[in-house]
Design a protein around this ligand. Structure first.
Ligand SMILES: Cc1cc2nc3c(=O)[nH]c(=O)nc-3n(C[C@H](O)[C@H](O)[C@H](O)COP(=O)(O)O)c2cc1C
Length: 175
């Protein structure tokens, strides 16, 4: 699959099957994430945490699902792999959020190429940032917060269709 087709295949999945991704696939996601553009090459200020432990996933899901007034809501959508980007503050305010965007997008596209589905999750980041004890359970180093999270797995209803290559964001071209 070429890059543009992987871009067209990626979409947010909100219902995952229990089937886990392979260890090789997880490794590929971690490598792809680390090959992302990162502001000022601040790789040492970042960590990737991949959670596949069912009890931990449940705890993160419960916290991330709070406050939406819907007891049926599962913020992790049943995904068997949850990835959190940990970051420590740097002199450039909020740069870790954009770093995380690049890292997670790389992972989602690498996943798409492997036929793995994904979703970026603000809810997961918010959950970890309001629960230091959860960050501790994952092993976040002292002073690190969560800059972004995403979930990976296989869609409960697989859909391999590539999206139409049309503009979804209004664009202005100045020539
Ligand atoms: C930074 C960011 C945070 C997001 N957080 C959530 C989230 O917490 N829950 C969710 O269901 N979708 C979340 N999404 C997915 C967006 O809703 C989704 O990307 C958007 O609707 C476009 O759909 P697509 O991903 O299928 O192209 C997030 C996306 C981004 C980029």
């Amino acid at each position: 699959m070429n890059t543009f087709d992987a871009i067209r295949r990626r979409k947010s999945t909100r219902a995952f099957a229990p089937r886990q991704i392979s260890d090789e696939a997880l490794e590929r996601l971690i490598v792809a994430g680390g090959l992302a553009a990162v502001g000022m090459a601040g790789f040492d200020s970042l960590r990737i945490f991949a959670v596949q432990n069912p009890e931990l996933l449940k705890e993160i899901d419960e916290e991330a699902s709070k406050g939406f007034g819907n007891p049926q809501y599962h913020a992790l959508y049943g995904a068997p792999t949850f990835i959190a980007i940990a970051a420590k503050p740097r002199p450039l305010p909020n740069i870790e959020l954009t770093d995380s965007g690049c890292i997670i997008e790389n992972m989602m596209l690498a996943a798409a190429e492997l036929g793995i589905d994904s979703i970026y999750l603000w809810t997961g980041m918010n959950a970890l940032n309001r629960r230091p004890d959860l960050r501790d359970k994952l092993g976040f180093p002292e002073g690190f917060t969560c800059a972004g999270t995403a979930a990976f797995g296989y869609a409960a209803k697989p859909d391999e269709k590539l999206r139409e290559p049309v503009r979804r964001i209004q664009a202005v071209i100045l020539r």
